[in-house]
Design a protein around this ligand. Sequence first.
Ligand code: ADP
Ligand code: MG
Length: 311
Amino acid sequence: MSSDPPPNRVRLSTHSSEFSWIDRVADREQQADLGRSGSIGIGDDAAFVPTHASGVLIATDTLLEGVHFDQTATPEQIGHKAIAVNLSDIAAMAGSPVAATVAISIPRQMDVQDVDRLMAGLQATAHRFNVSVVGGDTTVWDGPLAVTVTVLGEPGPQGPITRSGAQPGDILYVTGPLGGSLAGHHLRFEPRIEFGQQLARSCALTAMIDISDGLASDARHLAAASGCGITLDAAKIPIRDGLLGESRLQHALSDGEDFELLCALRNPGQTPPWLVEVGRCTEGGDIVLVLDGRTQPLEFIGFSHSLKHEE
Ligand code: ADP
Ligand code: MG
């Protein structure tokens, strides 16, 4: 016979009194008061979100304990990261995020206070970006913590900015320093929503992607989608403070989880001070790095999730 878990532990139940932490999630939504008029949020079978645009952007991402964070991360940091990775994807399409859902699989022994802190951290970031949490799903299991967030957004007046619009001659830029994200940046980065929208307002923007796998990999993704090559200039790549030694450049190219934007501009003219030029788009499909005056192929480096049988 199974015994009841202690009262401060999460348990899966359909009795609403035991879901008081979800009530607190709903309370925080009420306090933030971001819901659009006519919208339906937490508490019904499905959420309803009126949108103004003729289409919606949808981004979804899962964070797994042991893969995307470890036990040193605070619950608030996990909550922040779970929504911020999705906001970064909306930023890369130059959209405005509107609403989010949260599906959380909770280890049976996790303190309910920690679930509450995770959701509070997630909602704090959501509300800072005018996003309401309109629903979700909760399961309890014997596995590790898993959090899946889906964010809905509206494209800007220019429509969604894809990875595929770059052409030879376009100049490539990033929005901030790269590398060393594991030292803490990956848990507290700011999604570049404002930058994405500002870039789209400058009509020179042709393609954009957020740097989640590392500059080397994501430059390759942009090049492949656009059907062009890319030349990166090692001397121009901005590297995060605190990275030392000969491998600094390698870290900037391949650590991943920088969550800066990589974008292509055509005949850019004057650019904002936070944009750093890193290279250009070229004819053909080669991805190369200019280092100390020598041009060399940029090996496929960067973090990628490969299945066991693919290794
Ligand atoms: P249902 O059985 O109809 O799916 P649930 O009992 O799973 O409803 O959820 C009740 C309400 O709480 C729903 O509005 C759902 O969207 C919301 N909800 C459940 N889990 C979460 C969560 N982790 N974050 C935000 N809202 C949640
Ligand atoms: Mg449900």
